[in-house]
Ligand binder design. Sequence first.
Ligand code: PAF
Length: 285
Amino acid sequence: MKVVRTPGEVREQVSAARSRGTAIGLVPTMGYFHEGHLSLMRLARQESGFCVVSLFVNPTQFGPGEDLASYPRDFDRDLELAGREGVDLLFAPEAAAMYQPGASTYVEETSVSRGLCGKSRPGHFRGVATVVTKLFNIVAPDLAIFGRKDLQQLMLIRRMVRDLDLPVRIIAAPIVREPDGLALSSRNVYLSPAEREKAPRFHLSLLEGARDMTGAKGEVAQILKDTARRIEERTGGTIDFVSAVDEDMQEVSRPEDCRYLAGALFLGRARLIDNVRIGAAGELD
Ligand code: PAF
């Protein structure tokens, strides 16, 4: 695995791979790899002949007072894990290599990104859309892999690719969970042992809410209220939101229109996000 630090070096490596007729796959990450990231790398390797992983804790997607400075980092461990997965190129730039001084151009999606996390983290998705566009321009991948745990991010990137005619295929990867149901996240390290024990109840309560939604036992607003109350009671955390949304991340008012039950929970120092998909035949995952 080659490690490079600048966009120019990425372009050199990618164009050499491309001249061999190889499809290029990109996995954008902020590092501190866990099994979820590794599953994205495996998928990229299956789908392409040259796997690029970017590792960049992107400052523009963190708001003031958020965890940019304390975001977990372990470059040496990441290096070893990515190497073991057969990643071809690891792009790990410094912020100065990604953002010119006085950078003033952003990419902003104005519908998919508005609700849910977009409401509680103003500017977050503008930072995500901007850095992902830059990574697409630098790497020029044929395909890019995003996990479904960050559901709104995935849908926003799909919309952006469609709207801006970006020539990249977006592949969604399933949520990877701990055996007790907690979705893997780099931020799970913020949980104390007691919080970690209670954290899976977030997912279990979302599943219960999704089941109520498919059984249409009541109005959406009431199901959301009950789900939020159960999550708070069972985890001791504070709900940011629980929302019933369609594929475009718009809130729905009829249970039969709900495609995802999505939530965000403050638990100690962590802000956890998770979602349950409701399939056409009412199946949940
Ligand atoms: O999901 C993430 O880790 C980040 O939001 C991404 C897509 C790498 C952009 O910084």
